[in-house]
Design a protein. Structure first.
Length: 168
């Protein structure tokens, strides 16, 4: 296996892991609390999902052929409380991730050497993917933090539970 193929396999697994962590965190939140905002400057879980959705559709639609910052994207609106139901939130979550995986899973070694444009800046495909991994991980971290605050039942750890760290 080439280094490029190993990178792609590894990074795709990281995206899958973050997607799963986000889903497992969201599932622990009572439905009505998905829309909770601490204040006007903060985001609800539903707003973060809406932003991830908009970003994913913009970045990954026609990934290798068009600018990753699409003219039809309305980024500012992604941070408005427009999602009103849990079902719509999940639809957006799944649609965004499907768009991402449809764009990245088929990439080959030659594709990783290409350059793509996001806004006014060019990135290698590897840099563009890495940039989005960091972006999505940051927002999923926010979702996990909110989930820990908003969950009413005992928190179900997404990794190693407190007090259960292995001793090496």
């Amino acid at each position: 296996m080439t280094a490029s193929a190993m990178y792609l396999e590894s990074v795709l697994q990281l995206f899958r892991d973050y997607k799963e962590m986000g889903e497992n965190a969201i599932r622990q939140i009572p439905a009505e609390k998905l829309f909770y905002r601490f204040n006007e400057d903060s985001n609800s879980v539903a707003m973060l999902v809406n932003h991830l959705h908009g970003n994913m559709l913009s970045r990954w639609t026609d990934f290798l052929q068009s600018n990753g910052e699409k003219s039809w994207r309305e980024r500012e609106a992604e941070f408005e409380p427009i999602i009103k139901t849990e079902a719509v939130m999940w639809e957006k979550w799944h649609e965004g991730w499907a768009c991402f995986f449809a764009a990245v899973e088929p990439l080959g070694e030659e594709d990783l050497k290409k350059t793509v444009r996001i806004g006014h800046k060019e990135h290698t495909v590897v840099d563009a993917i890495s940039r989005q991994l960091a972006h999505y991980a940051a927002h999923i971290g926010q979702i996990i933090y909110l989930a820990k605050i908003l969950t009413e039942a005992p928190w179900q750890s997404l990794s190693i539970p407190k007090g259960k760290s292995p001793r090496y």
